[in-house]
Design a protein around this ligand. Sequence first.
Ligand SMILES: NC(=O)c1ccc[n+]([C@@H]2O[C@H](COP(=O)([O-])OP(=O)(O)OC[C@H]3O[C@@H](n4cnc5c(N)ncnc54)[C@H](OP(=O)(O)O)[C@@H]3O)[C@@H](O)[C@H]2O)c1
Length: 347
Amino acid sequence: MRAAQVQEFGGPEVLVTVEVPDPVPGPGEVLIDVAYADTIFVETQIRAGWGGEYFKVAPPYVPGGGVSGVVSGLGPEVPGEWLGRRVTAFVDGSYAERAVAPVTALTVVPDALDLASAAALVHDGVTAAGLLELTGLGATDRVLILGASGGMGTLLVQLAHARGARVVAAARGAEKLHLVRELGADAVVDVSRPDWTDAARTALGGDTESESRSAAADVVLDGVGGELGLAAFALTADGGRFSAHGAPSGGFTPVDPAEAARRAITLFGITDVQFTPAGIHRHTTTTLTEAATGHLRPVIGKVFPLPQAAEAHTAVEGRGVVGKVVLGVSGASGASGVSEVSGVSTA
Ligand SMILES: NC(=O)c1ccc[n+]([C@@H]2O[C@H](COP(=O)([O-])OP(=O)(O)OC[C@H]3O[C@@H](n4cnc5c(N)ncnc54)[C@H](OP(=O)(O)O)[C@@H]3O)[C@@H](O)[C@H]2O)c1
């Protein structure tokens, strides 16, 4: 089968299509014909050699973890009814035409949901649903979401809105701000503007000028890190919750734990969004069901065929695509070239 392999740490060009043996399902495992593989930002950072302290990979390796597809083979002890089912799973190296996964780790994709949307939810849906549970976001909360236009951010905006929270979405540029407003943000702020923190305070509430000056977020969901994250920490209310789970800026927000303790702010980090198999299954089922019933919209900006995995990474790093980048893998996906997904409105 074909797979996209990282030959050495470096730029997108180190992702090369290679032929590798088909994986063989062992006892309790299934073979999946991969239709779509999701891409997430951190995969570009790991490919570039970042994050060795968190992610133990060494080239050559096949990146990725989230797939949607069809069960095409069964290992010993797997009931025959699994054959032909549409499923999602986390696998070891998803940028490939076939993958194996334990049958216990599969989630069946509802009939009403297409496999591209299902793939877009494998990582982002689980983490987004898990983050809202972790931070206990509720209807009386004001939440500030950094990286709101990204794969996970667009889901966080919708899920937070559905919980009744006041949602302030931080993103960059008119097109992305328009998207997050359309998805349910009560207010949007453009982080490319130098005065964005003033705009955020105003958006977080306060009818009078003096109230606005002191307004703050009960919950901050920081999918960006670095300086933006530090500025958002200053916007967190005393007694609030701050999740520093994102580092596309190059590092997680370096919050001072002593300062957080002084202000009674509960901190969460990347280790808090690693879920148990039962948690992954529960959050996946919830988000696939929400999407199938039209209550959650995964926003896919562009689908690249597997042999163009390098171009897909270039697109993620370039931050020009509005919505998520997904790899179309098998013939079942109908992906023969770079394509915009029809029916996805991003403006
Ligand atoms: N997806 C998951 O399941 C998951 C799980 C755990 C942790 N995380 C972390 O959460 C973060 C977001 O993940 P994602 O998969 O949603 O990524 P994504 O779809 O690529 O979104 C990344 C977001 O970060 C912003 N961004 C990118 N580079 C930036 C920079 N240099 N400075 C400031 N903002 C930047 C982008 O907005 P603009 O381009 O508009 O600025 C975009 O909204 C990542 O750090 C990831 O590691 C994700």
